[in-house]
Design a binder for this molecule. Sequence first.
Ligand code: GTP
Ligand code: MG
Length: 196
Amino acid sequence: MQIKSATFVASSDKLSQCPPGNKPEFAFIGRSNVGKSSLINMLVSQKGLAKTSSTPGKTQLINHFIINEWWFLVDLPGYGFAKVSRTEREKWKKRLDDYLLNRENLYCVFVLVDCRVEPQSNDLEMINWLGEHQIAMSILFTKSDKIKPRELDSIVEKWKETLLTSWDELPPIFTTSAEKIGGREEVLDFIEKYLK
Ligand code: GTP
Ligand code: MG
């Protein structure tokens, strides 16, 4: 799929403030610093569209970007960020859950996982929670440029084994690199199939 335009629309701190839910929407979630904002920029080939940082906790709001003038990509705040107070974290968790459960035009959630780490409990909790609520998801491994292909395969295998202990079927899985532009066509083709 060709990306002809990608433009920032709004930053919202909760579902009720989001732009009208009348367009197909794909959201990116995952631990802080996993590379959500970088991946969005890579997919749309615009370096500074979503704000990125080497310090975790950069994205704090629900950010909507409109793509090709008819569908949304959404950059979400990361979870598992240790420096945020517990009350703040709980408040955010509620808002995120509300968005994920009630955003009626949400077609699919991309759960981003750092390809260098074996299954982590907060990622598994998120994946299991989405599965229990029957929210369509896909798992994207990020930063694949940071490890050797063989190590990548073994971590992905480990993830599959872990997921199959709870689920009969695996969600679609892609490996990506924002740095080396890996997985771009695959993810965009996947989105295109949904849009059709
Ligand atoms: P929060 O907004 O804090 O939740 O983080 P995020 O998930 O949006 O991560 P972000 O895109 O800001 O990237 C975090 C750091 O990882 C930055 O320093 C990026 O340059 C780096 N990074 C992201 N993707 C990749 C990648 O594919 N390869 C490499 N080598 N670095 C990456
Ligand atoms: Mg971010």
